[in-house]
Design a protein around this ligand. Structure first.
Ligand SMILES: [Zn+2]
Length: 168
């Protein structure tokens, strides 16, 4: 990205800048990565407006981690169910694991970092500090871990028809 791109970026993302990640979402990503070991875990980051979470700040907080479609999982890990994906959550980037523990993006990673402003790499041994966040250019960024309460209704945003289909 050239000078022009760097100049434009802060303006484009000012209102929706990702200011942090919910502690629960980070924990979920670490656990899912550990579950997938020695395979790679790959997921999508979704965010919500900070103010809907009771924070007196502008910006977006990563509140949810969704397993990417097609990702191989162990029998105990969550399945990807697009039906239950709440529509009001916006995709803000990606998360994936490096079972070798190296917390730097590969060339292949950089090619996929274009979708969304935040990309997290989690590495073995998957402790609470075994992760790093990057921007779309692969530069390390500070992502604050926020202890926010995520409203329950976010997780139950599906219809009775969905439930009936699931129970059938
Ligand atoms: Zn990678």
């Amino acid at each position: 990205m050239g000078l022009f791109g760097s100049f434009l970026k802060p303006k484009l993302f000012r209102s929706s800048a990702v200011i942090g990640i919910a502690a629960d979402a980070l924990q979920l990503a670490l656990e899912a990565s550990e579950d997938a070991h020695p395979n790679e875990y790959m997921g999508q980051l979704r965010g919500q407006d900070a103010r809907t979470l009771g924070l007196d700040r502008d910006g977006t907080v990563v509140t949810d981690v969704l397993l990417a479609p097609g990702t191989k999982t162990t029998p105990t890990s969550a399945e990807f169910k697009p039906t239950y994906m709440p529509n009001d959550l916006k995709s803000v980037g990606s998360v994936h694991s490096h079972p070798n523990g190296v917390l730097t993006p590969s060339q292949a990673d950089l090619a996929t970092f274009t979708r969304g402003p935040v990309h997290i790499i989690v590495g073995a041994p998957y402790g609470r500090n075994d992760w790093r966040a990057f921007d779309r250019d692969g530069e390390p960024i500070d992502l604050e871990v926020l202890d926010v309460e995520i409203p329950d209704e976010q997780f139950f945003d599906f219809t009775q028809a969905d439930i009936d289909r699931e129970l059938r």
